[in-house]
Write a protein that binds this ligand. Structure first.
Ligand code: CAA
Length: 259
């Protein structure tokens, strides 16, 4: 695996990759180099048949404090227009395999937006989510306005973005932003267990399911149902479907091969 400066990438279990944001002194602020490395690591994971799920974490203390404010301050209008970062965010958003975020501590600004790029968020009971960009005279720039309102609904999204107020892990759970809250020490372990469980499922079905679920954000119900039917039909051609159905009927454990 390539050596990175701002992230650590490790295989932690069969078919499971863990990516840890690694700028602890800057509270894992997402400088351009970090986003570039993250996009590269996810592109590599997407192309690697051996990887079936990825856990993304900032470690046990902080997830990420958002965009690197020093970098933002150095950008004029031309710099913002020509910024490479939106391209990296797009690559992160297009990662086709399950991405599970293990969030401890602050997930603010771009950090909250990065967590929302994950398919599932597991939060430690110390986690805090927020979009404080308003305090800097800007607004969320990596999908925060669009993904947050679709996930937690208008009242909470408005409060978080307009007032810059943070929410704690329990509120995030009630609002549907996170899937589970764990003890702080158990967050990464739980995300890893979930990644392992997903990695043991038939990968083509997992991939189709992720793709169709995310389409719900972009389509109306009729178009979404059509896409679901298409994906359901595509899977009829897979060996894993035949294996899954036979194994159930023969009362044995399925052996999925990813074909
Ligand atoms: N960018 C750059 N550096 C940051 C940073 C950031 N987003 N967040 C923290 N740091 C740095 C601090 O400057 C400080 O550096 P020094 O030690 O060199 O002084 C170090 O990290 C530790 O920070 P604090 O002393 O502030 O640590 P704390 O534990 O007291 O507070 C915090 C932590 C609440 C996260 C606080 O640092 C904070 O509020 N950070 C900024 C959060 C923010 O506004 N995020 C939005 C950024 S804009 C954005 O994300 C745009 C977008 O949509 C993409």
């Amino acid at each position: 695996m390539t050596d990175f400066e701002d992230i650590v990438v490790a295989t932690t279990a069969e078919h499971v990759l863990q990516i840890t944001l690694n700028r602890p002194k800057a509270r894992n602020a997402l400088r351009t180099n970090l986003l570039r490395e993250l996009a590269e690591a996810l592109d590599a994971a997407a192309a690697d048949d051996d990887v079936r799920a990825v856990v993304l974490t900032g470690g046990e203390k902080v997830f990420a404090a958002g965009a690197d404010i020093g970098e933002l301050a150095a950008l004029d209008l031309k710099g913002v227009v020509e910024d490479a970062r939106p391209g990296y965010w797009q690559r992160i958003a297009q990662f086709p395999k399950p991405l599970i975020a293990a969030v401890n501590g602050y997930a603010l600004g771009g950090g909250c937006e990065l967590a929302m790029h994950a398919d599932i968020i597991i939060a430690g009971d110390d986690a805090e989510f927020g979009q404080p960009e308003i305090n800097l005279g800007i607004l969320p720039g990596a999908g925060g306005t669009q993904r947050l309102i679709r996930t937690v609904g208008k009242p909470l999204a408005m409060k978080m973005v307009l007032a810059g107020e943070r929410i704690d892990a329990r509120t995030a759970l009630t609002a549907g932003l996170v899937a589970e809250v764990t003890a702080r020490e158990a967050t990464i372990e739980r995300a890893e267990a979930l990644a392992k469980a997903i990695a043991a499922k038939p990968p083509m079905a997992v991939r189709q399911a992720k793709d169709v679920l995310l389409k719900a954000f972009d389509t109306d119900l009729t178009a979404g149902l059509r896409l679901e039917r298409q994906a359901f039909t595509i899977l009829a051609a897979t060996e894993d479907r035949a294996e899954g159905l036979s194994a159930f009927m023969e009362k044995r454990k399925p052996q999925f091969k990813g074909r």
